[in-house]
Design a protein around this ligand. Structure first.
Ligand code: FAD
Length: 530
């Protein structure tokens, strides 16, 4: 029987001159008679590809994959499900760069968003650079990669203001979370840099929304984890693009000095008179054992750099080395001497370990696309397509030293997991609390702490998962008030706590815009109504 079903699922029949897939077991038969049916795939290859994600921690197959030609196809699919006696789940999939199955649709239909842009990039990314008195913006399809948005904007000398570290993510995927990176301290997350959206709601309506029009949907969809609609277009603010980037990493052995300098840097806003500032501020934590036993060189650090850092760690007796990662943008009109002077003036105000400044000078595109190089390096040794039990937290500033003490200096003290740890502060005032994304209560600054692990065996997965659980439990026990970013909760209680005061509004928006709870079920926030 299993053989027969698998055979049936790959067979296509010719109907009315078009290839039509055979109905998949759990979907209504008349779905396959709809206008978009030729773009539904039920073959094993298509469903298998949509059954897992970057994290490789979860698998669940959809019954079919839709490769939409237009947003209207997405709307028709959702309308069909919403009006059918047994509505089925629908999940837009950007690039599937989630890690807990958030873009899966078990037993339903995954919408392969990339199909919207295939061969139509010119139509789906439109830069507006010259409207009178209006700041420049780009209208980009929700399926577009940020790397492609960058390329299109650069043709006009422009670029979006805020970037994730990795830019082969989709516009709709990061806007459904928040989209954070080293520029967010100044401009807020990507969701705070959007002026308008086109959204297909869970009832199949195509709605244009902004701060002033259909504003509940606009604020709901930004950071909305795909719960209220599918973003098919976003209007993203642009700024004049720099040409080059002076990129530094500064080593610290003491967390107090490290965080003090980071917080100084994010309070330093360019444009404040003569203030010299970084345009990008992030940070990393390197556990001692991983310095000694980890890779002997990285795309940023040479073997010599790493052995100097290992010596520094050994001499200091510190459990970890911390790096501030800063970047200063410049244009071709700036002379190198001018950039050197600006950098020197800024570094003079910081207290990193003397002599431990590591500098690169790269093009703007090389800087923004830097993780691509790491991706290639990992792919070449088979270390990219492995399970990723990642944990991302927002930690309030007032408790970051407790977090450091309990996590890096205790729980992870003797650990040597493969992966990297990011730790950098952001200004809460740059976030718009009307949006669905959540940040910790209280403090005006919070830290993003990302434990970005790679697992090479089932034992690794279990060990890292146990470690993540211990970190979360530590935060609860100590009342640290962390919020997960790219959150994963397994019970509705967990989600209610996550959203806190926003929960009732989120439940109302869900009832209004996705009453059958069809959309992005892999987030596991709302069960299917009985
Ligand atoms: P998917 O994983 O495909 O989808 C994510 C969720 O959004 C799913 O629930 C999906 O159903 C839903 N969704 C997808 N498209 C749409 C749409 N058009 N409309 C509505 N809902 C939609 N994040 C950061 O903020 N900063 C970083 O620096 C950063 N670095 C990363 C580096 C790497 C190597 C990786 C793998 C991820 C990184 N991320 C980062 C996380 C990234 O933002 C998330 O994975 C995000 O989900 C985007 O991935 P995606 O576009 O492939 O979306």
């Amino acid at each position: 029987l299993a053989l027969l079903t698998s055979f049936l699922s790959v067979v296509v029949v010719v109907a009315a001159g078009q290839l039509r897939p055979l109905p998949a077991a759990g979907l209504p038969r008349d779905l396959f008679g709809q206008g978009f049916a030729p773009r539904l795939r039920t073959d094993r290859n298509s469903t298998a590809r949509a059954s897992t994600d970057f994290g490789r921690m979860v698998t669940a197959a959809p019954e079919a994959v839709l490769r939409p030609a237009t947003p209207a196809d997405v709307a028709a699919l959702i309308r069909f499900s919403a009006s059918s006696p047994a509505p089925f789940p629908v999940a837009p999939r950007g690039q599937g760069h989630s890690w807990r199955g958030q873009a899966l649709a078990p037993g339903g239909v995954v919408v392969d968003m990339s199909a919207l842009g295939r061969g139509r990039r010119r139509e789906r990314i439109n830069v507006s650079s010259s409207a009178e008195g209006e700041p420049p913006y780009v209208d980009a399809g929700g399926e577009q990669l940020w790397a492609d948005v960058l390329r299109a904007a650069l043709a006009h000398g422009l670029a979006p203001r805020v970037w994730t570290d990795y830019i082969r993510l989709t516009v709709g995927g990061t806007l459904s979370n928040a989209g954070i990176g080293g520029q967010a301290f100044r401009h807020g997350p990507q969701i705070a840099n959007v002026d308008e959206l086109d959204v297909v709601t869970g009832t199949g309506d195509m709605v244009t929304c902004s701060k002033d029009t259909n504003s509940d949907l606009f604020f709901g969809a930004l950071g909305g984890l795909g719960q209220f609609g599918v973003i098919t277009r976003a209007r993203i603010r642009l700024e004049r693009a720099p040409k080059r980037v002076r990129w530094v990493r500064l080593a610290y052995t003491d967390v107090v000095t490290f965080t003090k300098d980071q917080e100084f840097l994010i309070s330093n806003q360019a444009g404040d008179g003569e203030v010299v500032a970084f345009d990008y501020v992030e940070g990393q934590v390197q556990l001692n054992r991983s310095l000694v036993e980890g890779p002997k060189s990285t795309p940023f650090f040479s073997a010599t750099d790493l052995s100097r850092l290992a010596e520094l760690a050994a001499m200091s007796g510190s459990a970890a080395i911390y790096f501030i990662e800063g970047a200063m943008y410049y244009t071709e009109d700036d002379t190198t001497t001018f950039v050197d002077q600006k950098m020197e003036a800024l570094l003079e105000q910081l207290s990193f370990e003397p002599g431990h400044v590591f500098t690169k000078d790269v093009t703007y595109v090389q800087f923004l696309d830097r993780v691509r190089e790491e991706e290639r390096a990992l792919q070449s040794v088979g270390a990219w397509e492995v399970p990723h039990p990642w944990l991302n937290l927002f930690v309030p500033r007032s408790r970051i030293l407790d977090f450091d003490n309990g996590v890096f200096k205790a729980l992870l003290k003797d650990a040597n997991p493969a992966g990297i740890i990011l730790m950098y502060p952001m200004n809460k005032g740059k976030w718009d609390d009307r949006m669905t994304a959540v940040t910790p209560a209280g403090d005006d600054v919070f830290y993003a702490v990302s434990l970005l692990w790679s697992a090479f065996s089932a034992e690794d997965v279990h060990r890292l998962e146990r470690g993540n659980k211990a970190v979360l439990e530590f935060c609860v026990q100590e009342g640290i008030g962390c919020k997960q970013y790219l959150p994963h909760h397994t019970s509705q209680d967990g989600w209610q706590q996550h959203f806190g005061a926003k929960w009732s509004r989120i439940a109302e928006l869900k009832a209004k815009y996705d009453p059958h709870a069809l959309l992005s079920p892999g987030q596991r926030i709302f069960p299917k109504p009985a």
